[in-house]
Design a protein around this ligand. Sequence first.
Ligand code: TYD
Length: 217
Amino acid sequence: MAGLFISFEGIDGAGKSTHIHALAAALRASGCEVTQTREPGGTPLAEQLRTLVLNDPMDAMTEALLVFAARRDHIQRVIAPALARGEVVLCDRFTDATFAYQGGGREFDWDTLSELERWVQSEPGTAERARGTRLLQPDLTFWFDLPADVAAKRLAGARVPDKFEAQPQAFFEKVAWGYAKRLAFDAKRFARIDANQSPELVWLDVLQAMRDRALLP
Ligand code: TYD
């Protein structure tokens, strides 16, 4: 599959959204076709699942199954076709968020998440699914790393919190642990960005990470 797949991760309040928009603009200015999307969401079905996941109380397994169902629809209808057209896909969160939030934050079984990842991110009807190889993964993942106490101060009073944003700081410490574990597992895929700086400095780090990988002139 051609194209370039970039995901953006971090705990709530880490400030990734601004930089996704800025990077989309920079890539378009350099002549790239860009598909900008998000998870859970990105298709009509997945956006309906997002509303449920972000608002309705449910156990961690139900949450994991719903975000992976949303992801399956999103991959098939949006991500895989855009990559096949050679586009750059910028995705606000992807599977690392499931490991971080459901695996870390909600302490759902990591191996089961890996199994779901293998099912959902392998190409349908191929032997890869059985072997668990060649999964669709981002080529690059920006992890906006911010201490949970700083994020909590940023989020306080910012807007009406959804189910996750309303969680205590201890929850986000576990989410951050989940991200760190994913990074340790596949470090070369990640660009860790120190999000505890001004937006201007964070943006310079994002640009530098793209240039280091020859992804932006
Ligand atoms: P977020 O990406 O922060 O969007 P917004 O900026 O509009 O609030 O919200 C998505 C929330 O969903 C976030 O709290 C993390 C959570 N989430 C999971 O729990 N599991 C997942 O697999 C994904 C993709 C997100």
